[in-house]
Ligand binder design. Sequence first.
Ligand code: FMN
Length: 434
Amino acid sequence: MNAPREFLDFGPDAVLLAGLNGDNWRLADYVKRGGYEALAKILSAKVPPAAVVAEVKKSALRGRGGAGFPTGLKWSFMPQQYAGDKYVVCNSDEGEPGTFKDRDILRYNPHSLIEGMAIAAYAMGCARGYNYIHGEIWDVYERCEEAVAEAYAAGFLGKDILGSGFDFQLHNHHGFGAYICGEETALLESLEGKKGQPRFKPPFPASYGLYGRPTTINNTETFASVPWIVRHGGEWFLNLGRPNNGGTKIFSVSGDVERPGNYEVRLGTPFARLLEMAGGVRGGRRLKAVIPGGSSAPVLPAAIMMATDMDYDSIAKAGSMLGSGAVIVMDETRCMVKSLCRLSYFYYEESCGQCTPCREGTGWLWRMVDRIENGEGRQEDLDLLNSVSDNIMGRTICALGDAAAMPVKSFVKHFRDEFQHHIDHKRCVVAPYL
Ligand SMILES: Cc1cc2nc3c(=O)[nH]c(=O)nc-3n(C[C@H](O)[C@H](O)[C@H](O)COP(=O)(O)O)c2cc1C
């Protein structure tokens, strides 16, 4: 169950993951680290819910699930005066290839999520919440069940929390292991017991969410950051990072590095420093490319990445997305055609099939990249890859279509010569190194 110790080296600036050793996840350990102080503080002082939302706004916390939407602003969309049920939902589906941070929060610090969700529920006037956990990770689900039971027993969840009159019931829900169930409205459908397919928007979940009621959905890491904001103040959190990019962020570094793992650093840390923390490129090889924010983020060549800082705005300026913070490192031995082929197959396989451009287009993209990879590519395929991608983007109910198209466009843009070599010579440009 517990990872090797060396894996639990989260970096000197860790906040969310600080002091975790694999064995200190229980409520008593969390309380020793100052856990539940933030919840107790707002409940005992009867801090107005709007003041909590204002503090989260001040912190410049941006959603850690992919889009980087400002969390405080999202919370302010919840109708305060609504008299019926309202919900907070945690997105612990974590299906984006390369991303493996939320499961570590849930494994090693589950109470930080529980406290964050309770604070969010208080701020938005919700009495019930759900934590939707990816269906393929049983150990994490079981741990969350134990942690939630501990929190109920200690009076941090349930009725009249800490004698304040505030009620909050939290339930873990074990999902179905489909990538599409991470899309927030597909997640809600799945939570309601239906097929996990995205809904048309608008209406957005803040007005029509779970069971048609106002709902706020945030990522695991987003909620887990909230106790820190309430304990130390929005400004403190903001100053950990950069303006408009508050706090620390957990980056799941994988691929061709010496020490793959989760590293928590301040937003704005240079990519070169993050790479160094992960032991550098494996075997001392040269860096070729990096996908900086999970498989759906555009790939960037080494030279651009080495000059870029790890925050939402810097990565966007460099031409990609911080996304979920999954940093996939590729060294000089990687074939970009083969890498894209693998990614494209994933999106083809995971498209829910609801929208024609995505259902048909993802298969088309994969088959084209596959034939280029296998020496059967045609010259016109390169432009066709771009045009099929353009015809998917922005034409689907959810962003899975965009997620499938963006890698294709960026791989062809930055590494066109490799695709051309495959077409001209019917073999790979890097094969001799492998
Ligand atoms: C196909 C697809 C898959 C997604 N998967 C996840 C996921 O696994 N976890 C997640 O937090 N957000 C995922 N998202 C983003 C969510 O829809 C949503 O934006 C997020 O949960 C909001 O939380 P945040 O504001 O805290 O980031 C996905 C989006 C799409 C389009």
